[in-house]
Design a protein around this ligand. Structure first.
Ligand SMILES: Nc1ncnc2c1ncn2[C@@H]1O[C@H](COP(=O)(O)OP(=O)(O)OP(=O)(O)O)[C@@H](O)[C@H]1O
Ligand SMILES: [Mg+2]
Length: 282
């Protein structure tokens, strides 16, 4: 089934102005764009991640799966430098980030942006101004270009009917869609999504999934998606990191995860992962 955007464009095509306005992620000579090597972190003496290693290649989507409290969000926060690991190394585009100060991390956060669950939007700015914010910060764009790009991003995530609204008036799904538009306006290489489909209706979940897929196919974005929703993961993931009791119990291709004979993975797949309702058509 081919869906169309409200303006009639087929959904698998990104708007022309957008693909021109959003630079393709920068190239790196070799190696994965993200790597964790033997990462450990404990809180109050309680280990949360133990000896966790994984990599993400440029243009790929990694889904991080696992039960509540296993450290999925912690993994993303380590990558953003909001938390520091106790040991191990974390590389972003070949740069070791565990020793970076706040100034150094600011540079990394231009390459790696996170879409927070609550959207983390600026309350006093309209949807359009929220999305325009990173474009303004970047500089070099005329006011009408900024508005045009912001509006196209907002349209692309299906929030064009609320461009003038303040975030407080939006539903959770809308806030998240707007947060994705804002993240993309910052032109990152890697986008991190923490539970993008929880608390949104199935249609919005499907739209967000399509959007993440299009960004990958057409603009070469690298994504890390934390999700409870196995159907969502199956549609998006190239590779899977399954965290269980603090460890990377599985890291590898999606197919190997689904067909794994590992008892913990089997249990997760049968008991936890499919309890959410099916998205329409998905
Ligand atoms: N800043 C912190 N200080 C102390 N403990 C923390 C901190 N951040 C996370 N934790 C603990 O680390 C564990 C892992 O948390 P995390 O938020 O990563 O889980 P999760 O896998 O994302 O779970 P969920 O699926 O419920 O979102 C939890 O027990 C949490 O209480
Ligand atoms: Mg979490």
């Amino acid at each position: 089934m081919t869906e169309t955007l409200p303006n009639g464009e087929p959904e698998d095509a990104l708007p022309h102005e957008l693909t021109e306005a959003i630079e393709k992620p920068s190239e790196v000579e070799h190696g994965p764009i993200i790597s964790f090597e033997h990462v450990n972190i404990a809180f109050g003496g309680r280990p949360v991640l133990e000896d966790v290693s994984f990599t993400v290649d440029r243009g790929q989507t990694l889904c991080i799966l696992g039960r509540s409290g296993v450290g999925k969000s912690v993994t993303l926060r380590l990558l953003m430098g909001f938390l520091k690991s106790d040991s191990g190394s974390i590389h972003v585009e070949n740069k070791e980030i565990t020793e970076l100060d706040e100034e150094g991390m600011r540079e990394i956060r231009k390459r790696v942006t996170m879409v927070f669950q609550n959207g983390a939007l600026f309350d006093s700015l309209s949807v359009r101004e929220n999305v325009a914010f990173p474009l303004r910060e970047r500089g070099g764009l005329a006011e009408d270009q900024i508005e045009q790009i912001a509006d196209r991003l907002i349209e692309m995530v299906g929030a064009d009917d609320v461009v003038e609204s303040l975030p407080a008036s939006l539903s959770t799904g809308r806030k998240r869609a707007v947060a994705i538009a804002r993240a993309l306006a910052a032109q990152p290489d890697v986008v991190l999504y923490d539970e993008p489909t929880t608390m949104v209706d199935p249609l919005i979940a499907k739209r967000l999934g399509n959007l993440i897929q299009r960004l990958k196919k057409q603009l070469g974005f690298t994504s890390i998606v934390v999700t409870h929703d196995m159907r969502f993961a199956e549609r998006l993931a190239d590779t899977v990191l399954f965290l269980h009791q603090g460890r990377a119990a599985y890291f590898g291709p999606l197919q190997g995860f689904i067909t794994s004979g590992d008892i913990n993975i089997q249990q997760f797949l049968t008991l936890d992962a499919y309890e959410l309702p099916l998205s329409p058509g998905g």
